[in-house]
Design a protein. Sequence first.
Length: 570
Amino acid sequence: MTTRKARNAAPPEVAVGDIAIGAVAGKRVPGPRVELHGGDVLATLRDLFGRAVKPPVLVLEQEAALARDLISVLTGSSQIAPEPGDKRFQDAAWQSNPVYHALLQWHLAWGRALGGLVERSDLEGAGKERARFAVSLLTDALAPSNALIGNPGALKKVVDTGGKSVIGGIRNMLRDLYVNQGMPAQVDMKAFEVGRNLGISPGAVVFRNEVMELIQYAPATAQVYERAQLLVPPQVNKFYVFDISPGKSIVEFLVGSGFQTFIISWRNPTPAQRDWGMDTYAEALLEAISVVRQITAMKEVNLHGACSGAMTMAALLGHLAETRQPLVKAATMMVALLDSRAESQLGTFVTPTTIAAAKRWSKRKGVLEGKDMGRIFAWMRPNDLVWNYWVNNYLLGNPPPVFDILYWNNDSTRLSARFHAEMLDIFAGNLLVQPGAFTVLGTPIDLSKVRCDKYFVSGITDHITPWKGVFNAARALGGKNEFILSSSGHIQSLINPPGNPKSKFFTNSSATDDPEEWLAGAVPTAGTWWSHWGEWLKKRSGKQRAAPAALGSRKHPPREAAPGTYVHEH
C-alpha cells in the first residue's frame, strides 16, 4: 500500500496481586505525549518558592502553622491522619508505635505546610496545578515508608527472614538498574507469553500489509450476527489488551455472544517508518474494513476502538461522512479523548514549549519509544506506579507481581515521529471536534456529520481521559450517541468483564449538555457495561445466520494462527 503523508505505594503486608491491581488505574495508555523532565518539576518548585518569599507574611504564616502542627505531634494531641485508603500507612505500627506514629504525622504536617504555600500563592490556573503536582512528587518521594528504617513492615521482614529480604532487595535493584533503566519492575515479564497465556482466542490472520495484520476469530456459537465487529486497538500498545486472558477478554465476550469478530494488530514502527501519520493508519483501517466486508459479504461493519485507536477511527469516520461512504453501521468509542478541553493531570504540563521539545525529540529519533512514555506516566502516578514497587521489590525483597495487564502495559510499542506530532497538535488545539480543523486522507473533517450510532464509554476515576471530555465528545458528534460512565478508572473501565461484584455503570437518556447535571440524574446499574453494550450491538448487527465453516474467504484465505506475527515484533 502507499503510505500517505498527513497534512496536519504498597503497604508492606499487602498481597502482590493487590499491588498490581492498585496500579491499573494509573497505567500508561496511549494519547498525546509530552516530555515531563525533572527540570520541569524543579523549575515549578523554584517558581513557587520564589513567589512565596516575596510576600514574607505567607512564609511566616505557613511556618507558624507547621510549628503548631509539630508541637501537637510532640505532645501527642495531633489529629493529623493519612487519607482513607492510603495503603502506604496501613501497617498497624503506624498507629500503635509512638515513634512511627509521630514520624507519620510529622511527614503529613510538613506536606500540609507545602500544600498551603501552593494554595495561598498567587499562582493561577495551570501554574497552580503544576505546583500542586510538583509538591506532591516531593512529598511522596520523601515519605518515610520509602526508606527501610522508616518502614515497619520492611524491618519486620528483615528480622523474619534473617536478612534474606535485604539480599533479595539488592538483587532486584541491581537487575532493574541493568534491564529497566533504574525504574522498579512492575511485573514478572517471564511469567507470560503472547500466544501461550495471553491473546489465545482461536483465529487466524486473513490480511496483512506493511502497517497492520487483520485477525479473524473463530466463531464460538452455531449462529452469528451477519454484520461483523472490527476492533481498533491503540497504536502505542499491542492489540491483545482486547484479548488479554480468558475471563477478561473482550474478544472472548464478543464471539461468545454470537458476533463475528475481527481485530487489527498494528505493526510496531521503527525509525524507517518515521513518516507514518494519521493518514497512514486511517488508510490501513479503511483497507481492513474492505477486507471484512468482502469476507462477510456485508456492505457495512461495526467499528470499536480504544484510546488513540478510537481517535483514528473517529478521524476515518469523519472522512467517510465527508465523502459519503456509508461503510460503518455503529461505532464504539472506549475511553477516547476526542475533546481535550477537559482538565487532566497531563494537560497541566502541555505548553507550547513542552510540545515543541517533544516534537524535536521524536523527530530526531524517528520514533517515540514506549518505555519513554511509560516513565512519563509512571511519574504522573508515583505512589501507584513507582513507590509501591520500590517498597515491594527493594525494601521487602519480593519478586515483581505476576499480572497479565501489567505485562501488556510493559510490552510497549513505539509511535512514529509524524503520528506523535499529530497527536500533540490534536490535543493542544482540540482539532478533532472543530469542523475543518483537521484533514484526513485529503478531506477536512467535521465529526458533527458522522451520523452512525455511537456508544461512548468512560471511567469516572479516569485521570488520563477525563470522563467529562468523553461526555463532551459524545455531545459534539452527530447521530444518535449513547454515553456510559463506568465506576472505574481508565483500564479498569475497558477490561470490565461480568462477575465483578464491585462493577457498576451509570446511564442517563436526558439531552443535557452539562456533564454534572447528567451525572446528578444518572441511574446506576450493578454489573459491567459489557452486557449493556452487547444488547446495544445486537440491535445494530443485523440478522443471525449460520456461523461460517471456515475463516477468511477465497480472496483472503487464513494465514498464520492468531495472534499473528506483528505482535511479536519488538
